[in-house]
Design a protein around this ligand. Structure first.
Ligand code: NA7
Length: 537
């Protein structure tokens, strides 16, 4: 293509999950010629890939949805308070079908390169099907948890059984009945797998390094009455989710921890515990993130809940987090996870005592030589979060900017939405924004897609070619991010929240704790100012 030719598309959107589908819808609604590209054979994103046993949303269905269409809200009946993966995947298919979005996607296609053409002012997108596509705008909606972390255990090739990562679980399932199954990892995913398969398998061996602070999920089927209740709440919910710290309908509504007597605090915590949602964490007291003493007390409260549910005191101790604070890494919701360890067919193995040394033909061998015979190994070992999908995409901006190299050294972004040096690239759920995971995802993803849509409309209306943040604007955002993050207790815990789960990844910048509402204000202010701090050509 030379400078005089039009690009193939106005915009290319990568990913057909919650964000990608909505982004294609919004840009198409604006009259743009949009092409979606999706590595999977179908829509769903996270909810396509994560079809492991027990996969479920930790957000209530009444906030885990699209808000732009009253018709959709009327027509879709959520079945549960916390929907399981098949229901969420079906919801995304319902959205895609209702607005005929699938025809705008190339499925089974992975973006392998993206190069900014400085002469033609377009992105050149290479795919694994050998295509070379051009577009004025590139919007990545490739997921903040889409690149599985697969540990390289020595001897993996020797193992004669089945080994699978949860995010690549076969769609047709695996027959686990009566089998000897090992699960590695006790984060949000491992917990869901373990509690689901414990009753089905012959023998379940759980390999745990760091225990989680599981909060008991209060899930139930919704009936027409409850659905009607939530539908009536929609006008309020639409507003409310954009006013809270984490995009849920609840916030730190209990005031300060220090405003209450000890009895009152216990009452509040008991009430939150009964609610069985993430309100126990991001709807409790703000000090849980900032004040070590408060965090210690809240940690003790949850530790006591865990210990009370596990029969064997030694196992209970292993399952109880000790030197990390409640809420300083992802709090998972669970259903009978702790009770699974009271079953005679479930064994907990403490990898802190002896780590995995290698895989053998039969199973897993720990340092010191203890061997576990297994038919199936399920890796619930997490993801290269926030940056993984983007650093694998081989993105090159103007004048030699290479995202993989730059983010390999230091993760920098403006609002998590644009990166200096990469004109017309928009990164939904990119690092340094609440949408990197510290948010009810549907809230933050829709907010970002809406912002991008308006930004692109503004560039077009003003007859411009390209937009990108200035270096100064980006430096200011990064500095602000660092300031907010360093004040939290989150930096004290090594987890995927800090990037510490991936060897060699810079660990200071990933999730933003600015709060979804404050973040939205910052985004809106920039738009209202005519994109001050952005260079527009
Ligand atoms: P997480 O939260 O990163 O959990 C991964 C777990 O796997 C965690 O317990 C890790 O222990 C463990 N792990 C990772 N690598 C190893 C090795 N090599 N050996 C032993 N154990 C290991 O991922 P999830 O998929 O559970 O959750 C990710 C998000 O998806 C979740 O928060 C939701 O938002 C959806 P470690 O902590 O490193 O000691």
């Amino acid at each position: 293509m030379n400078a005089a030719q039009s690009p193939d598309f106005d915009a290319i959107v990568v990913g057909a999950g919650i964000a990608g589908l909505y982004q294609v819808y919004r840009l198409r609604e604006q009259g743009m010629n949009v092409q979606g590209i999706e590595a999977a054979p179908a829509v769903g994103g996270t909810w396509y890939w994560n079809c492991y046993p027990g996969a479920r949303v930790d957000s209530q269905s009444h906030v885990y949805q699209y808000w732009f269409s009253d018709e959709m809200i009327e027509e879709w009946d959520w079945g549960e308070r916390f929907p399981a993966q098949p229901e969420t995947e079906a919801y995304l298919n319902f959205f895609a079908d209702k607005f005929d979005l699938k025809k705008d996607f190339r499925f089974n296609t992975r973006v392998t390169s993206a190069d900014w053409d400085e002469t033609a002012h377009v992105w050149r997108i290479g795919t694994d099907s050998g295509e070379d596509l051009t577009a004025k705008y590139l919007v990545t909606c490739a997921g903040m948890l889409s690149v599985p972390k697969i540990p390289e255990f020595p001897g993996s090739e020797d193992f004669k059984g089945v080994i699978v990562h949860t995010a690549r679980y076969p769609r047709e399932g695996i027959d686990l009945a009566g089998k000897k199954v090992g699960v590695i990892g006790c984060g949000a995913t491992g917990i869901q797998v373990i509690q689901t398969i414990a009753t089905e398998v012959g023998k379940l061996t759980v390999f745990q390094r760091t225990p989680s602070y599981g909060v008991a999920m209060n899930n139930h089927a919704l009936d027409d009455e409850e659905r009607a209740h939530w539908r009536a709440e929609v006008p309020e919910l639409r507003k409310r989710i954009n006013e809270t710290m984490t995009g849920f309908a609840f916030d730190f509504d209990n005031g300060s921890w220090h405003d209450h007597t000890s009895e009152e605090r216990t009452e509040i915590l008991d009430r939150l515990w009964e609610d069985g949602s993430l309100a126990m964490w991001v709807g409790s007291f703000p000090e849980v993130f900032y004040d070590q003493d408060v965090n210690d007390e809240m940690s003790d409260y949850v530790r006591a809940k865990i210990r009370a549910r596990v029969d064997d005191p030694n196992v209970a101790e292993l399952l109880t987090p000790k030197d990390v604070g409640f809420g300083t890494y992802r709090v998972p919701l669970e259903s009978n996870f702790y009770e699974a360890f009271n079953r005679s067919n479930v064994e907990l193995v403490d990898l802190l005592e002896a780590p995995i040394e290698r895989l053998s033909e039969q199973g897993i061998v720990l340092e010191g030589g203890r061997e576990f015979e297994l038919d199936v190994i399920i890796l619930a070992t997490g993801f290269d979060a926030g940056t993984g999908a983007l650093t694998q995409m081989n993105i090159h901006g103007r004048e030699g900017h290479a995202l993989t190299r730059e983010w390999g050294e230091d993760i920098r972004s403006t609002l998590g939405l644009q990166v200096h040096g990469y004109p017309n690239l928009f990164t939904v759920a990119g690092p340094l924004a609440p949408s990197t995971a510290f948010c009810n995802m549907t809230t933050c993803l829709q907010q970002q897609v809406d912002w991008i849509t308006e930004c692109i409309a503004w560039v077009e209306t003003n007859g411009k070619e390209a937009i990108e943040p200035t270096r100064e604007k980006q430096d200011a955002w990064v500095a602000h991010h660092d300031e907010v993050t360093q004040e939290t207790l989150v930096v004290k815990t090594s987890s995927w929240y800090t990037g510490a789960n991936i060897e060699g990844k810079p660990t200071s910048r990933l999730l933003s704790y600015l709060g979804a509402a404050t973040y939205k204000e910052a985004c809106d202010e920039i738009a209202a100012s005519g994109y001050e701090g952005f260079s527009v050509s």
